[in-house]
Write a protein that binds this ligand. Structure first.
Ligand code: PEP
Ligand code: MG
Length: 324
């Protein structure tokens, strides 16, 4: 697929009815970063910083992180780079796994950072300082479940800004702050949350898991992991609508965004920014170039009336066969 669509990588991403789409990459290391560049990514929609820490098997201090982000930011200079703060816990650990009965519902991600504030500040400061290499760097916070977390994070960010100014360090004072919408409560509260942040990134991998109470990595329950469940689609639509109403960017960075079966549906739901594993950029672009925003909107209007994921899957397979 990659080979077949390789010739598309330098074409602008526009639908047949001339709606502009932004195609970005999810990356976890330098190798993926290079594939993203070769495949014409318009930016990094998700840099999974925890993966880099895991390769090093330890926490990195502020200066080490600063050096590391520099490499990514220089390679993508002039293009947006969204650095996600550590998303550890669940099934991702540095060296000492925490034993919990329900790790995905436990000591994870931003929950760790709001308790370990110094580590959080080190990462925020390193990202902010790295904005001198690329003023399109953005901060993305994973696993948000409530407004009060966002308020706490903004207060901590303000502390970092004040410190850096006092130290006389150069950085982009207006660095955009976004959140992952990947817990159902965040999707339900999307219209409140979007007023507090600059952008949303929808993490469908976790959103499906948490909406349907189905472990994303457990083969015993894989039949319950249904991206097309109408409840999941309703939450995605709610999130896209809340951001669009405030004229703020919203992307999908979960695996749904790279699957041809879902790409046209997401487009029809109003999504204009897709962030995918860089190997899939040519394939996703090939689908978008053959799709019309207006026609896929009608596709969504049909799908939203259906009540089961089986019926929805049927309609999407037919649609894909017909148009792509
Ligand atoms: C997601 O949950 O969809 C996501 C993009 O984050 P991760 O897969 O790293 O949890
Ligand atoms: Mg996630």
């Amino acid at each position: 697929q990659e080979e077949a669509n390789f010739h598309l990588i330098n074409l602008p991403s526009r639908t047949t009815d001339d709606v502009g789409i932004t195609l970005m990459a999810n990356v976890s290391n330098s190798m993926e970063l290079n594939i993203a560049l070769r495949h014409g990514a318009e930016g990094i929609g998700l840099l999974r910083s925890e993966m880099i820490f895991m390769q090093n098997q330890r926490m990195m201090n502020e200066n080490e992180q600063f050096d590391l982000y520099r490499e990514f930011l220089i390679l993508f200079s002039g293009k947006p780079v969204t650095i996600r703060t550590l998303d550890l816990g669940g099934d991702k650990f540095l060296n000492n796994p925490v034993h919990e009965a329900n790790p995905f519902l436990g000591w994870r991600s931003i929950r760790i950072f709001l308790k370990e504030k110094d580590f959080f500040k080190q990462q925020l400061r390193a990202i902010m300082r790295s904005s001198v290499f690329n003023d399109n760097v953005k901060i993305l916070i994973p696993m948000i479940s409530s407004l009060s977390e966002v308020q706490q994070i903004k207060a901590i960010l303000q502390e970092c800004i004040a410190e850096l100014k006092k130290e006389g360090r150069p950085f982009n004072y207006k660095i955009p702050l976004g959140i992952m919408v990947e817990i159902p409560s965040a999707a339900v509260m999307a219209s409140t949350l979007i007023k507090e942040v600059d952008f949303f990134s929808i993490g469908t991998n976790d959103l499906v898991q948490y909406t349907l109470a189905t472990d994303r990595g457990n083969p015993n329950v894989s039949e319950y992991y249904q991206p097309l469940n109408p409840a999941v689609l309703a939450l995605i639509r709610l999130t896209i609508r809340a951001a669009t109403a405030q004229r703020k960017p919203v992307s999908v960075c979960g695996e749904m965004a790279r699957d041809p079966l879902y790409v046209r549906l997401l487009l029809g739901m109003g999504l204009r920014i897709f962030s995918v594993n860089p190997a899939y950029l040519p394939l996703v672009k090939s689908i978008l170039l053959k799709s019309s925003a207006q026609q896929t909107k009608e596709l969504w209007n049909t799908v939203k009336k259906l009540k089961t994921h089986e019926e929805i899957g049927e309609v999407l397979r037919e649609d894909l066969k017909k148009h792509c």
